[in-house]
Write a protein of this length. Sequence first.
Length: 107
Amino acid sequence: MSTTTITGIDIVCVYAREYAESFRFYSDLLGLDDWIEMGEKACYFKLLDGRGMYLVGGFRDSEKDEKLARTTFCFAVESVFDMYTKMKDAGIEILQDEPVDMGQGNW
């Protein structure tokens, strides 16, 4: 297996216009009942194996911001530096000049 092969998804972040409505969808309808409050418009739903999903409210679509993320996936790879280089070499626009250490082994 290559050091740039995705081996899993560690964290997902969903950005929502209406936080309360989205929270009810994930908690009540889908049954994600193990969560941590992160202010009035954000929470972290705990999933299996220490993984989870952030829900962040208050985001709107914007014609002015073409790079507005609506959902973010954090992938597991053997080497974040090799993956970063592979993406740069392929011409992918990356917002940071190098991988950013987010703490706890996350980049």
